[in-house]
Design a protein around this ligand. Structure first.
Ligand code: PGA
Length: 252
């Protein structure tokens, strides 16, 4: 399956920095022959920068856009929320949901993630559903139980009946932003487990991409991206530097 290399820019950068970052990404991507035959490239800027980033990509239709979250409501009196259909309207095709920073700091439950994902599906977006265990949970040997629960409760009916597309991102919380990525062996074991769990919920589980995220960098990307069932990467810190982001894509 074609791998997906996704940049999660998080809450970083001025408008001008986002424009300059996307210009560098396009420049490197368009001068690397064959790159986009091997992998899909996705960038997820902060909400307010999505329009400007998209305008800067005019003429480079291969690049995909996404957001880092959406509302769990369809529309209406939800001050500060951004709906899935607004994202679609802004030409996003993906939305990241249930990132551990949202689960941890915004009290987001798996049930909320499932509701958001079903609105994303109704709007025609693909939901990137993030799952991951904490350091403590892994120390206690509970990682499989935690991931199984998160998958069970975060996958919406719209994915179970095959009407909406999902990608899963396995992002161990202890690996995010720490410089300590999972080992290829940890990734192999967990991604195989996630694939097995997916079989319980969705038709065609073998066709669903399972991304690895958590301190993926140019120097460890090749070994992680070549692990069986690792179908791409969700990249935070390294996606803020176009050279590093493209080095990771080239590792595919
Ligand atoms: P990181 O973040 O690459 O900076 O570890 C990954 C993520 O949070 O999606």
């Amino acid at each position: 399956m074609k791998k997906l290399i996704a940049g999660n820019w998080k809450m970083n950068g001025t408008l001008e920095e986002s424009r300059s970052l996307i210009a560098d990404v396009i420049n490197s991507a368009s001068t690397t022959s064959g790159l986009l035959d091997k992998c899909d490239l996705l960038v997820c800027p902060p909400f307010l920068h999505i329009g400007a980033v998209r305008h800067a990509c005019y003429g480079f239709a291969e690049l995909k856009f996404g957001a880092q979250d959406c509302s769990r409501h369809e529309n209406g009196a939800h001050t500060g929320d951004i709906s899935a259909s607004m994202l679609k309207d802004s030409k996003c095709s993906y939305v990241i949901l249930g990132h551990s920073e949202r689960r941890q700091f915004h009290a987001e439950t798996s049930e909320f993630v499932a509701r958001k994902a079903s609105w994303a599906h109704k709007a025609g977006l693909e939901a990137i559903i993030c799952v991951g265990e904490t350091h403590q949970e892994r120390e206690n040997g509970h990682q499989n139980k935690i991931i199984a629960e998160q998958l069970k409760n975060s996958i919406p009916l719209t994915a179970k009946d095959g009407s909406g597309a999902i990608t899963i991102a396995y992002e161990p919380v202890w690996a995010i932003g720490t410089g300590n990525s999972a080992t290829p062996e940890d990734a192999r074991t967990m991604h195989a487990f996630i694939r097995e769990e997916l079989e319980k919920y969705v038709p065609d589980a073998s066709k669903i991409r399972i991304l690895y995220g958590g301190s993926m960098k140019p120097d460890n990307a090749a070994e992680l991206l070549h692990v069986e069932n690792v179908d791409g990467g969700l990249i935070g810190g390294a996606s803020l530097n176009a050279k590093d982001f493209l080095k990771i894509a080239k590792a595919v």
